[in-house]
Write a protein that binds this ligand. Structure first.
Ligand SMILES: NC(=O)c1ccc[n+]([C@@H]2O[C@H](COP(=O)([O-])OP(=O)(O)OC[C@H]3O[C@@H](n4cnc5c(N)ncnc54)[C@H](O)[C@@H]3O)[C@@H](O)[C@H]2O)c1
Ligand SMILES: NC(=O)c1ccc[n+]([C@@H]2O[C@H](COP(=O)([O-])OP(=O)(O)OC[C@H]3O[C@@H](n4cnc5c(N)ncnc54)[C@H](O)[C@@H]3O)[C@@H](O)[C@H]2O)c1
Lengths: 206, 206
């Protein structure tokens, strides 16, 4: 199993490499990938060796081949089904952004407590009422839940997800969630990215 | 200057510590902070030594003091002004979430190209038309711009921000932006967090 930070970097490399394919770029040097991610070329070369790209390529690393090998390492072969719970501003932005973005991460169901959102479709994916969550998670074999509900509903939604057999939770509310050891919990807070920008802007000013 | 990854950890510690203050917890051990962030207690202790907390506290580290010292290290004393460009789903979610969240990071202006959004207020912050961006950025001394516009407008908005004298950009569109060396650029893609969850769920299954 790869460490979490390595998984993050591989994901970020793939994102960049997919951009390059759109721009018809076929090769890339480690220092070019490094510059985009604010890391060192040594770190990039170490990661790519981990993937089996050991020799030094005169033209640079082959972009399409890198994407393929990262996919073999990160993705589950048969893909995984994902649900988003809470179809407010953040949930809606995520649903329209993530649907169809990665072939092996299928957004298959949306949930909300608001009766008026029942039957809504975003990116072709249907919104169910949260009372149907248990049933739909089982029938659609959903293993991952993305939580974008208000802080006050976070703990309740998390326990409903766990009861339905979910195995991974991405929590966007800043309420700390308790999960059993067989459920993987990840949180992300945009304040961390903003504070990073603020810190380096402050430092540049000096 | 601290490395980017250390800034990220300090920001994440502070987020957790602020939660603990709400729960009236006065002390915390390094292994408790580590568990929440999926990192080692050694890493936490090393970071806290960097902040000057060298000796071992029998009761654990003092929560309020840690928050204060992290603030002294991360924040700019007089605070910084932030603008969000693109008041769609993501921009709106960010505006209502970030307004008032950190005293030293003030959200002072929102921008959108849609005439109908002019004059809208989110969290008490006013939305201006994007044509006023240059003028407002100067008059409100805005140093950081958060970009949540569609992919097609990303490059244009970034160059307008740079022309207005912005010093830091947090880019949520996945279009790579070129910025001059005196502007700090950070990107964040939620797909990275989701791929991390998917990877560890896949690994747990085995
Ligand atoms: N981590 C971050 O960086 C970050 C950024 C922005 C917002 N947020 C957080 O994300 C969450 C969503 O923000 P938003 O702006 O989209 O809020 P919102 O109020 O626009 O949306 C919340 C949605 O959740 C639904 N809901 C409420 N209770 C529910 C329940 N029990 N089950 C299912 N659905 C339920 C509501 O009907 C609504 O549609 C908030 O907790 C906010 O604090 C986090
Ligand atoms: N990085 C991520 O993880 C992530 C997640 C979700 C969405 N996104 C991206 O964030 C962006 C916003 O997503 P959304 O769902 O909020 O989209 P949206 O269409 O709901 O909102 C876009 C807003 O930008 C405004 N706009 C368009 N051109 C503009 C310009 N030149 N200047 C100022 N405002 C302009 C529109 O009027 C609209 O209000 C998209 O690029 C999307 O791909 C990224």
């Amino acid at each position: 199993t790869l460490p979490g930070k390595t998984v993050e970097r591989l994901s970020q490399y793939r994102r960049r490499l997919l951009n390059l394919v759109e721009e018809n770029v076929e090769y890339i040097f480690s220092h070019e990938l490094a510059a985009i991610l604010h890391i060192t070329a040594v770190q990039v070369r170490r990661d790519l060796m981990l993937l089996g790209f050991s020799s030094v390529y005169r033209k640079g690393y082959p972009v399409k081949k890198l994407i393929e090998v990262i996919g073999q390492r990160l993705d589950s072969e048969s893909g995984q089904n994902v649900a988003i719970i809470g179809m407010g501003n953040l949930g809606t932005a995520l649903a329209s952004y993530l649907t169809g973005l990665r072939p092996k991460l299928r957004i298959v169901a949306l949930f909300d407590i608001d009766e008026n959102k029942k039957g809504l479709k975003i990116g072709g994916v249907k919104c169910y009422h949260v009372s149907e969550m248990g049933k739909v998670i089982k029938s659609k074999k959903i293993s991952i839940g993305v939580v974008t509900v208000p802080q006050t509903s976070a703990k309740k939604v998390a326990s409903q997800l766990i009861k339905s057999g979910i195995k991974g939770i991405l929590n966007f509310t800043h309420i700390p969630l308790e999960v059993p050891s067989d459920v993987y919990l990840e949180e992300y807070d945009m304040i961390t990215s903003l504070e990073k920008v603020a810190y380096f802007v402050k430092k540049k000013k000096k």
